[in-house]
Design a protein around this ligand. Structure first.
Ligand code: BGC
Length: 384
């Protein structure tokens, strides 16, 4: 009898253990590494656009469309564990097709400006479109933010990835050479959004690819970004002329509103009487990142004290364009009907310096046949 009781006890113990185990497994099944694909409409010329949702085991989600390789939304937790969207964008493809200030897109062939759309390479002068006052901006009239990319999800052990590819034909927007481009977005189980950029060309061409996400860590744009604290590991920045073209000078940040070597609220000095701030209508400049030797380094961080959301930026790039959403003026109604008012989003674009093709003293942006362009940036989310 005693034996039967012992056996019964053991059975109960084993069954409860197994049930507990399966509960745990079920928990993980709710949040797991996954990619979902859904139809998201068509472009005017009938090309199918899809929305890909990448999720990780914690419940972080990134939604990406193959139009413009755009990150349409990015859900990350605040200090109370609440997941909210921390990037600006639209709910519908039509709004992206109509007009977008590069919300969440990949910009290229050349991120930021090229003076008067002109450069000389190997003795040949090239003229690009001038789509920003007298200058060329973000790849021209139809840059990589407005083309349809091929998308292919890739599953790995501890990350989910979406590989987007595009072939930019020789002469597109005035640039030389057929350029094969690939961008891989990855979501890891460490709440990181990794972006890798690859390119190959058959003629020498400038290439400077970046991601143009507008961040607002308050979640669903509850407030502007002026209380966000920014840290940039840079002793110098590149001052600009009144059309936002670098003058060529590397100016120390010391004693200027451009010193973010200690985390500082973006709004603390943005209205200072400073000529550079006047030209940018706020911050719209390139910082020269310290110790940029081509390897991945922690170079910037953004923190919203109210939500506790913290974003660190690791990059192998020499520059960081910090744009404080100065041109947002309340005329755009974004996701969930939110009006994007002045400085409701900010961009932190890791890249080479603007107008490098006209500044031989800047790190080179020229890609030649036989070379492989490969750069990497990680936006890592946590709470503080
Ligand atoms: C540029 C801004 C520009 C914005 C476009 C930024 O990368 O630096 O000058 O207005 O992109 O939305």
């Amino acid at each position: 009898m005693r034996n039967t009781t012992t056996i019964l006890c053991w059975i109960i113990l084993i069954v409860s253990f197994l049930t507990l185990g399966s509960c745990k497994k079920h928990d993980k099944e709710i949040h797991k590494l996954d990619v979902k694909k859904e139809n998201w409409g068509r472009t005017k010329d009938g090309q199918e656009i899809y929305l890909y949702t990448l999720s990780n085991i914690h419940g972080m989600q990134i939604k990406i469309i193959n139009y413009g390789a755009i990150v349409q939304s990015l859900f990350v937790p605040d200090k109370s564990g609440k997941y909210e969207d921390v990037v600006l964008g639209y709910d519908r493809l039509d709004d992206y097709l109509k007009d977008s200030p590069y919300f969440g897109a990949i910009v290229g062939r050349y991120g930021n400006r090229i003076a008067r759309g002109r450069f000389t390479l190997d003795g040949v002068q090239y003229q690009l479109a001038t789509n920003n006052g007298p200058n060329h901006l973000h790849g021209g009239i139809k840059g990589f933010d407005k083309v349809v990319w091929n998308a292919e999800p890739i599953h790995e052990k501890d990350k989910v990835r979406l590989k987007l590819t595009y072939l930019s034909p020789d002469g597109e927007e005035g640039y030389p050479g057929n350029l094969k481009v690939a961008v891989i977005y990855s979501l890891t189980n460490h709440n990181e959004l990794e972006i890798e950029y690859f390119a190959q060309t058959d003629k020498a061409t400038p290439v400077n690819l970046t991601h143009h996400g507008y961040f607002n860590l308050t979640g669903h744009c509850k407030r502007d970004i002026l209380e966000h604290q920014l840290w940039i590991n840079a002793d110098y920045f590149t001052p600009v002329d009144s059309t936002l073209i670098p003058t060529g000078e590397l100016r120390p940040v010391e004693g200027t509103p451009f010193d973010f070597r200690q985390p500082t609220a973006i709004g603390a000095r943005i209205n200072d009487p400073d000529e550079q701030l006047k030209y940018g209508r706020g911050y719209d400049h390139n910082w020269v990142l310290n110790q940029a030797d081509g390897t991945l380094k922690l170079q910037a961080a953004l923190y919203d004290p109210q939500s506790g959301r913290y974003m660190q930026i690791y990059t192998d790039q020499p520059g960081l364009q910090f744009y404080s959403g100065n041109f947002l003026d309340g005329s755009i109604v974004g996701k969930g009907g939110v009006v994007y008012k002045h400085r409701y989003g900010l961009c932190l674009e890791t890249q080479h310096f603007p107008d490098s093709p006209n500044h031989p003293e800047f790190p080179s942006t020229i890609l030649r046949p036989g070379e492989q362009y490969h750069t990497k940036t990680i936006y890592k989310f946590s709470i503080k």
